[in-house]
Design a protein around this ligand. Structure first.
Ligand SMILES: Nc1ncnc2c1ncn2[C@@H]1O[C@H](COP(=O)(O)OP(=O)(O)OP(=O)(O)O)[C@@H](O)[C@H]1O
Ligand SMILES: [Mg+2]
Length: 624
């Protein structure tokens, strides 16, 4: 039995090391008897008594091997066999790997294009599909974001139905269905939209929208296909006069191309709209970072949307429309000259159809008037008749320098739309019932040439919880981050919003705060960033990058809300203190009456009149 084990060990080695293995196992047997090498290793192991003890223990079963009496004896005494085998194995590995060294030719044979979908299928965590719970949330988020975007683009008040149904006889599969009343999708666009990564209408436009990259919904479909093998099912209708189209599409990851599994006409209850169904592996769990939380926050950030959510546990959540007004409809803008980098400027000039540099600057950028364009061209020492196509790289460099030295009006703000202070507070009221609310919408600002706008709102003092009076026992403030009307639930600590909140001194506003921590208090703070391009830290769109301009604006918005909060908190403290004082005085009033009776020799009636008068004065002098 023991000898068979030894043989198996050798086989294992030959499997591990490929062609060089037989030679190696022979050498191993030889070296087992070689005492000189054994001694060398023994010296090494002496220096490490722990390692020695370990190798002794490991070598124990080998000592049973009858085929190697010498090795057994040595293992018993010094435990060298294992160490020796390891040294040999390492040497052989080195030799074996040397034998298989790659050449430029063998390496060239392996070079090939990498399909974008294959890349993201391997790196699905980059898209937010790193674990089943997050995957379910990401899929819901991508479909809902698209539906809300489509309705807004079509100037339609959104009616959304989100349903998640567990797949029968499976505890980790769900069927997700999102139905919207948007403008629908043209027949020929459906396969590419749902089964091709990097295909979308928003990437090339500078306009505020929830989607940006052209990856979202196709990535969710790809995840569903990989984890369950089921294609994405789409029903879309673009007009009440046309029938709805029903598709089943799936992505061919090796080519990043769509495959149509089913294409037919069908019935659809809505006159226009889209229904997307994805079957995927996931996990439904309530609490923070859950789908329930995401839907609640989406309703809060989109008061113009009506949302019905059928959760996997059979519960139905209804979020009625809070505002019948269409939200601000952003317009598309051209890039601002301040944001453009030299390489981009050079490429834009090469691709431009304009006849002169001035015309190029005027037509391709926002906020450049004919006079300003001529001034920039002159400053860069470029002929006003120079064709942009003929611009040399050095000239582009000069042009770029002059652009950054010239004063140009800030980008227009009609490309970004705030939720609005009132709607933000309304939204907060939907999720928390508090004693105090405050909100603030900042004026638009610019980072890297992209306009953005920050809003903040806070709710303080929850009605349903008791105030224990000890600020250190208060819960941590809850932070809700929203980017272009989309709640962000993951990577809070990596986000610019968290950085700004942590760097704000909340003690100024009457809240307790330890160094480097969120403030303590029964408070929810909501921060919204609206921008033509939200600088997310990754493709999964979970955290905002730390641009100093953005952090500064967030801090200013928080400070504005904080100041109002500070006033409220201080007032509440004063009321409490005054009430306490009033309580003391009230408690002593009967005693004062008694004392006055003795000093002034008063009758009972006179005493009670006096005490009541004192009580009255106390009440009338109330400051708050
Ligand atoms: N429900 C829908 N109704 C109408 N058009 C849609 C719908 N869903 C998706 N689209 C269109 O499909 C395109 C691709 O969607 P996808 O989610 O893949 O990318 P995106 O929204 O542009 O960007 P992101 O990757 O950031 O989500 C969108 O740009 C939009 O034009
Ligand atoms: Mg999208």
């Amino acid at each position: 039995m023991a000898s068979r084990k030894t043989v198996r060990d050798d086989k294992q080695l030959s499997f591990d090391f490929g062609s060089g293995s037989s030679r190696m196992s022979k050498r191993k047997k030889k070296s087992a008897g070689s005492s000189s090498k054994g001694k060398r290793t023994a010296v090494k192991t002496k220096a490490k008594p722990k390692a020695k003890a370990k190798s002794k223990a490991k070598a124990k079963p080998k000592t049973k091997t009858k085929a190697k009496p010498k090795a057994r004896a040595k293992a018993k005494t010094r435990g060298k066999t294992k160490v020796k085998a390891k040294t040999k194995a390492a040497k052989s590995t080195r030799k074996a790997s040397r034998a298989r060294a790659a050449t430029a030719e063998t390496m060239a044979e392996k070079q090939r294009d990498i399909s974008i979908s294959e890349f993201f299928a391997k790196n699905r965590h980059l898209l937010g599909f790193d674990n089943p719970r997050k995957a379910l949330l990401t899929a819901v988020k991508e479909a809902v974001d698209n539906s809300l975007d489509a309705c807004e683009e079509g100037h339609i008040l959104p009616d959304l139905t989100i349903s998640i149904v567990p797949v029968e006889k499976s505890d980790n599969r769900f069927t997700l269905n999102v139905i919207d009343n948007g403008p629908g999708i043209l027949k020929e666009q459906v396969p590419n939209i749902f089964a091709k990564l990097l295909y979308g209408s928003k990437f090339h436009t500078l306009k505020m929208s929830r989607g940006q990259q052209g990856i979202g919904i196709s990535a969710a479909g790809m995840y569903g296909l990989i984890t369950t093998g089921e294609p994405v099912q789409i029903i879309s209708r673009t007009s009440s006069r046309k029938p709805a189209q029903h598709y089943h599409v799936q992505i061919d990851t090796s080519r990043n191309k769509p495959e149509i599994v089913l294409d037919e006409e069908c019935e659809f209850a809505l006159s226009t709209g889209t229904s997307v169904t994805i079957t995927l592996e996931g996990r439904y769990q309530k609490g923070k970072q859950s789908v329930d939380e995401y839907v609640a926050q989406t309703a809060m950030a989109n008061p113009h949307a009506k949302i019905i959510y059928n959760a996997p546990d059979g519960k139905e959540y209804k979020y009625p429309r809070q505002s019948k007004e269409l939200p601000f409809i952003p317009v598309e803008i051209k890039p601002h000259p301040y944001g453009v980098e030299v390489g981009v400027l050079y490429k834009m000039a090469k691709n431009s159809k304009s006849k002169t540099i001035s015309e190029f600057l005027r037509k391709e950028f926002s906020r450049v008037s004919p006079r300003l364009a001529a001034q920039i061209a002159k400053g860069a020492k470029l002929s006003s008749r120079l064709r942009p196509k003929k611009l040399a790289l050095k000239e582009a460099d000069r042009l770029h320098e002059v652009i950054n030295e010239t004063r140009i009006m800030a980008p227009s703000s009609d490309c970004i739309g705030p939720i609005g202070e009132d709607h933000l507070i309304h939204g907060l009221k939907r999720v928390v019932s508090a004693r105090f609310y405050s909100g603030c919408t900042r004026r638009p600002s610019v980072y890297r040439g992209n306009p953005f706008l920050i809003e903040a709102a806070l709710a303080y003092g929850f009605r349903d919880s008791s105030d224990n009076g000890d600020p250190d026992k208060e819960p941590m403030m809850q932070l809700k981050r929203i980017a272009n009307h989309v709640p962000l639930l993951y990577q809070q600590s990596a986000c610019a919003v968290s950085k700004a909140v942590l760097e704000t001194n909340w003690r100024n506003y009457g809240l307790a705060q330890s160094k480097g921590a969120l403030p303590r208090g029964q408070m929810v703070l909501m921060v919204h960033i609206a921008s033509v391009w939200v600088p997310f830290t990754s493709e999964s769109k979970e955290a905002i990058a730390h641009y100093p301009e953005i952090i500064k604006e967030i801090k200013l918005a928080i400070q504005e809300c904080g100041r109002k909060l500070g006033m409220y908190v201080r007032r509440q403290k004063r009321i409490k203190q005054e009430e306490a004082k009033r309580g003391y005085i009230k408690a002593y009033l009967p005693a004062i009456g008694e004392a006055l009776r003795d000093i002034l020799v008063l009758r009972d009636r006179q005493v009670s009149i006096l005490v009541n008068r004192l009580k009255d004065t106390l009440e009338r002098s109330r400051k708050f």
